[in-house]
Design a protein. Structure first.
Ligand SMILES: [Zn+2]
Ligand SMILES: [Zn+2]
Length: 247
């Protein structure tokens, strides 16, 4: 009756997820300990928040410098097309847990805390002001399989924190269903996402808009840069990128 146990276990997991929407993604203790947050405030303190200017393109902190124009070695070697980029925290052990919880467990509730996270990363908040946020799209096949696009969730959570100074526009589509990038190196990633995106014919964007592309993490920047190319080719000049994690 092994299969029956599995079915029952699955059902119990489903029920527990329904009533207890996951635990703190960092310490894994019960959520809402303090009544208003998902992640404990103590755990929030453990995150490697980026609150200084880092690399102009990918946002990675560069030790000893707080000047908003330096470029890290990786970005110098292969400069992206977008103008600037920022990220909120480093993908150390704790940062990874948060992204994992959102991306692989679909824990949207984690993002309820995001408006407060903006206060932990002041340059990030300033960077987003007066912009149109465009989430990196998933291909419709992938979307159907996963059921959600975490970048869309993140963009809307950011809008919630930023208020009327930002808009969200799902103006890009993924026209090629590209294989997942996790095991690919920098140049393979670049090839993988080439011509994978397009601008929707019907969109509310104006060429003068400050556009910030939104994704969950910055790894090599290949996906974000492929999205930026579509916008730049479409006549947009102010194209930026922002992600939650870097690493
Ligand atoms: Zn915790
Ligand atoms: Zn960089």
């Amino acid at each position: 009756m092994d299969w029956m146990n599995k079915v029952i276990q699955k059902y119990l997991n489903y029920l527990s997820d329904l009533f207890f929407p996951g635990n703190c993604p960092v310490c894994e203790k019960a959520p809402y300990k303090d009544g208003f947050s998902y992640m404990c405030l103590e755990c929030e303190d453990l995150l490697a928040w980026i609150n200084k200017n880092g690399c102009k393109f990918c946002g990675i902190p560069m030790s000893g410098f707080d000047f908003d124009g330096l470029i890290c070695a990786a970005c110098r070697q292969d400069p992206p097309r977008f103008l600037k980029g920022k990220c909120m925290f480093l993908l150390d052990q704790n940062g990874k847990k948060i992204i994992h919880e959102i991306k692989y467990h679909g824990a949207k509730d984690v993002l309820k805390d995001l408006p407060r996270w903006l206060k932990r990363s002041i340059p990030f908040e300033e960077f987003l002001r007066d912009s149109v946020l465009i989430p990196v799209p998933l291909h419709k096949k992938r979307l159907k399989k996963r059921g959600f696009n975490q970048s869309v969730w993140i963009a809307h959570a950011l809008k919630k924190g930023m208020g009327d100074s930002v808009e969200v526009s799902e103006a890009l589509i993924r026209v090629r269903d590209t294989p997942t990038q996790t095991k690919l190196n920098r140049s393979q990633r670049k090839r993988n996402v080439k011509n994978a995106f397009a601008l929707k014919a019907k969109n509310s964007l104006e060429h003068s808009n400050k556009i910030v592309l939104i994704d969950d993490v910055y790894t090599t920047g290949a996906t974000l840069d492929a999205c930026a190319k579509v916008l730049i080719d479409g006549g947009f000049q102010n194209v930026y990128v922002a992600t939650l994690g870097h690493g």
